[in-house]
Design a protein around this ligand. Structure first.
Ligand code: FAD
Length: 321
């Protein structure tokens, strides 16, 4: 029987949504195969394992060790590699997140196997599983097939919808002992920046501001709209470089890649490096006072106008809903 492993990722004790999307992706790779979730951590993995089962995993293997309390590529690399060697899967799926981008190539190279990264679509074509991924900053897509052997796949968040959560599903949870040794990095503590609401890379609505926002205070209005819509706030590098917001908000080639259902850009020119991070958003709305701004070339809806006039009107209207 074929088998696909899904490596789970959690933050602050909660599984990231992309893990559930990875289960759906695993089902697309081997619809009749066994989906085995893999969870690493220091403790309390049973509850998370159960969630994986509700989202479609047939079985979950947990590796608990105090050295796995925080992610390190050394520690997680050893744990996941041991599970892979034990389970001998046909494929391994994980989110194309900071951790997924770090962990999967490391293990794939150790196992001398292939890796298809940043996949946005998986289809069946002529009896083959075809993986589609954007290239050249989203200007083109390439299709890849796996001819033979084990393969790692990372999937871009927000592209392959997770399956419905179903509490009637059941499956085994097994714990596996792995000796984690010789860690070169030990994380003592993680101090997170104060959370600014919805996680940008997984948000279904993103409100982004550019250099035209002009100040930190200008970003407050973007946050106001974001709060009303349950959205995350993002930014262009122009806005980050000007010191109006933190670099953690930067979207683009050297920032985060987002694919929300709705992306609203205020005062962003639409430089190619910015488009690289958001052009796959489902619906793009742009507000810019320059009718020739490049962002209008990819926008589904455009408002040519001053964002300082448009934004308050939009907030006012949304408040009425
Ligand atoms: P600007 O280019 O200054 O555009 C501001 C826009 O606001 C203009 O279109 C203007 O018409 C409009 N405007 C002005 N006032 C108003 C108003 N009152 N109302 C409405 N509209 C108004 N950029 C990224 O964003 N992300 C990246 O990851 C990234 N990586 C890069 C990597 C490299 C190697 C390089 C070289 C560049 C990178 N850049 C990146 C920078 C990128 O090239 C642009 O410089 C940047 O995106 C510009 O930001 P902006 O659109 O906010 O600013």
């Amino acid at each position: 029987m074929s088998k696909v492993l899904v490596i789970g990722e959690s933050r602050d004790g909660t599984l990231r949504n992309v893990t559930f999307e990875a289960i759906a992706a695993a089902k697309k790779i081997k619809s009749d195969g066994e989906i085995v979730g893999v969870l690493c951590g220091d403790d309390n993995l049973e509850e998370l394992a159960q969630e994986l089962i509700y989202y479609g995993a047939n079985r979950v293997v947990t590796v608990a060790d105090e050295k796995l309390g925080h992610y390190t590529s050394d520690g997680y690399g050893q744990a996941v590699k041991a599970v892979i060697e034990d389970e001998a899967p046909d494929a391994i799926v994980m989110g194309h997140t900071a951790i997924g981008k770090d962990l999967t190539p490391k293990i794939a190279s150790k196992l001398n196997t292939g890796l298809i990264s940043d996949v946005t679509e998986i289809n069946e074509e002529d009896g083959e599983t075809v993986f589609i991924r954007p290239i050249y900053s989203g200007k083109a897509f390439e299709k890849k097939v796996i001819k033979e052997g084990l393969v790692f796949v990372t999937i871009r968040p927000n592209n392959i919808p997770a399956l419905e959560r179903d509490e009637s599903l059941s499956g085994e949870v097994e714990s596996k002992d792995v000796e984690i040794k010789d860690l070169r990095t030990i994380i003592k503590e993680v101090i997170r920046k104060k959370s600014e609401g919805v996680d940008l890379s997984e948000a279904s609505i993103v409100i982004a501001g550019g250099r035209a926002v002009k100040s930190k205070e200008g970003f407050d209005s973007l946050y106001e709209l974001a709060d009303l819509l349950g959205a995350a706030v993002g930014a262009s590098r122009g806005a980050c470089d000007a010191g109006y917001c933190d670099y953690s908000l930067q979207i683009g080639q050297t920032g985060k890649v987002v694919t929300p259902d709705l992306y609203i850009a205020f005062g962003i020119s639409g430089a190619i490096q910015h488009l690289a991070g958001m052009s796959n958003s489902k619906v793009i709305v742009a507000v810019n006072k320059d009718p020739e701004a490049n962002i209008f070339n990819i926008a589904d809806y455009g408002i040519v106008g001053d964002m300082f006039e448009v934004l308050p009107l939009l907030i006012e209207e949304v408040k009425k809903i």
